[in-house]
Ligand binder design. Structure first.
Ligand SMILES: Nc1ncnc2c1ncn2[C@@H]1O[C@H](COP(=O)(O)OP(=O)(O)OP(=O)(O)O)[C@@H](O)[C@H]1O
Ligand SMILES: O=C(O)C1=C[C@@H](O)[C@@H](O)[C@H](O)C1
Ligand SMILES: [Mg+2]
Length: 176
């Protein structure tokens, strides 16, 4: 089976829910950010500092393409991965894409505590972060919305959401 790619904004829950979805479907789990950190032996933060966002996007693209060769995996992509280097087209051609969407309020709430690991927001106050999320989500949504399946991240616990996604995948496949 080709990879299942989870895409969506930072904080939408791709890493958290992706791991549970893989377990539920008895597939391997790969987190693209963690994969890159292991490979380069540097944090995402340090990679941004060393190569800039442009350099990071090239690294991200190269590693996404490599991972796409794998079979029977759930891949949690980074929040921006879908939006650069025609990665969305690539993922749609090589696997099953799922957009995990979340409201701005939910994202702000979740990201308040996890800012330090995310260089695009690490230096921002909560108000600045909210404005940034609102604006960049608008720019990113046209990419995210090219996914085959849209799943809304509600206040459901991650385990329940993973089960719900697994059911939606089955439903989608029985239709096509
Ligand atoms: N369904 C959920 N219910 C409650 N909290 C959640 C849920 N999903 C994720 N979270 C919490 O939100 C935060 C961000 O989640 P996570 O790291 O999985 O997001 P992400 O989409 O992988 O972000 P990034 O694009 O930056 O990698 C974490 O603290 C996680 O525990
Ligand atoms: O939304 C983004 O652009 C990012 C999200 C994270 O997953 C990391 O890939 C990095 O912090 C950039
Ligand atoms: Mg993640």
């Amino acid at each position: 089976m080709n990879p299942i790619f989870l895409i969506g904004y930072m904080g939408s829950g791709k890493s958290t829910v992706g791991r549970l979805l893989a377990k539920h479907l008895r597939l391997q789990f790969i987190d693209l950010d963690a994969w890159i950190e292991n490979r380069y032996r540097k944090s995402i933060h340090d990679l941004f500092a060393e190569y800039g966002e442009t350099g990071f996007r090239e690294i991200e693209h190269k590693n996404l393409i490599e991972i796409s060769e794998f079979q029977d995996v759930v891949v949690a992509t980074g929040g921006g991965a879908a939006c650069y280097h025609q990665n969305m087209e690539w993922m749609n051609a090589h696997g099953f894409t799922i957009y995990l969407s979340a409201s701005v309020d939910m994202l702000v709430d979740r990201l308040k505590t996890g800012k330090s690991k995310r260089p695009l927001i690490s230096q921002k106050s909560t108000a600045e972060m909210e404005r940034f999320i609102r604006e960049s989500l608008l720019q990113r949504e046209p990419y995210y919305r090219q996914a085959l399946l849209l799943i809304k991240s509600t206040s459901e616990a991650p385990e329940k959401l993973a089960e719900h996604i697994a059911e939606e995948i089955l439903r989608f496949e029985s239709r096509s």
